[in-house]
Design a protein around this ligand. Sequence first.
Ligand code: GLU
Length: 479
Amino acid sequence: MTVRVRIAPSPTGNLHIGTARTAVFNWLFARHHGGKFILRIEDTDLERSRPEYTENIMTGLRWLGLNWDEGPFYQSQRLELYQKAVQQLLDQGLAYRCYTTSEELEALREAQKARGEAPRYDNRHRHLTPAQEAEFQAQGRTFVIRFKIDDDREIVWNDLVRDKMVWRGSDLGGDMVIARASESGSGQPLYNFVVVIDDIDMQISHVIRGEDHIANTAKQILLYEAFGAKIPEFAHTPLILNAEGRKLSKRDGVTSISDFKQMGFTSAGLVNYMTLLGWSPPDSTQEIFTLETAAKEFTFDRVNKAGAKFDWAKLDWLNSQYLHNTPVDKLTDLLIPYWEAAGYSFNGGRERAWLEQLVNLISASLTRLTDAVEMSQMFFTETVELSAEGSQQLQQNGAKTVLAAIITALDNQPQLTEAIAQDIIKQVVKAENVKKGLVMRSLRVALTGDVHGPDLIQSWLLLNQIGLDKPRLNQAVAA
Ligand code: GLU
């Protein structure tokens, strides 16, 4: 069998982490089996769908490396296919026009509630005569199309994640609406219907989606049967939960892939983390892998039934692993947009080679790309502000004398190198008869404003290359 799977996002918001994780599992499964991964944009909800969300979804999938083999297919461009399918069910007597008004439905629900019953449509227009239909139409009623659901039916499927699933027809809320009245008169087909038409048309072999769709699956299986189509395999993946065990939502801060990108996560780190949200590799100690390596091992028997807790610490750890292992030139490419976004300018000698030296200096301390903004701020501003500890350091006995000695030594050097920098420090320690610590700490404060920071000599060299070391030393002596 050729494996054909799809991700079918609705463009009513940015690419959500849940949808992206479902896309990861689809992609892994497709690649594992040498199959096809298809992108379908479910934009039948014209009011809530927006082109900028479609754009965000596609950009996000590409950024994560989840390239699709077919599509994007847009449901909004396939209405004719759906309308034909609705007509087919009407012709076969498997669907019918229902003229029940919203007031009548409301009254029905109220009565059911009063009797302590679950709300459901009572199938009252299943057997209308042509005369009754004409009468309703004459009253100016609009209609919806309902698909007949047999209460006695038992619907069973073997879910690849959740094992045997059994649903009763009577639990599905009565005959289901598959198309609503529309202004054009030809009807607006609804999600549960079009998804089946598309999955049949696109020969989808495995429907892999979030477990919030389980209740739809029972209805959809009945539609497959009505069309005499092969029923795909289903895999309902666990939800992503927040720390309190509730579905991760907007209230948890970030939820869309573009937010994660903005927060400084790398696509490789994020995609690696999403792979582990609900799946574990056969060697459970293995935590770092690319999509390609995970695809080799991905099977549904290693996908959990239980919800997957979102763990920021783990995501940060994975991200830092990627950052520490990214070659400097690549990491520089990744960091430049974050520096630019922070308003840093690359003028004044901050050229590519200098930037790469800077990246080299800070990379081991990065957890997120955004960390580089604060960490390297002192290299992008003309002056630095002294921290409280920094100004205390400059008040220490001998601190300013030491700095003045460094300035003099520096004046005699045409070019600062690592060896010369070390040598200057040594000379000053000797000449001023002070502890090396005093020299190092005072120098650090003068150059960077603070008592902590990245490697001092390397920082000095970088500042020297853009001509900022002497002015800062002078300023510190004058402070
Ligand atoms: N459009 C649906 C959603 O965004 C996906 C439906 C499906 O995968 O069957 O949740």
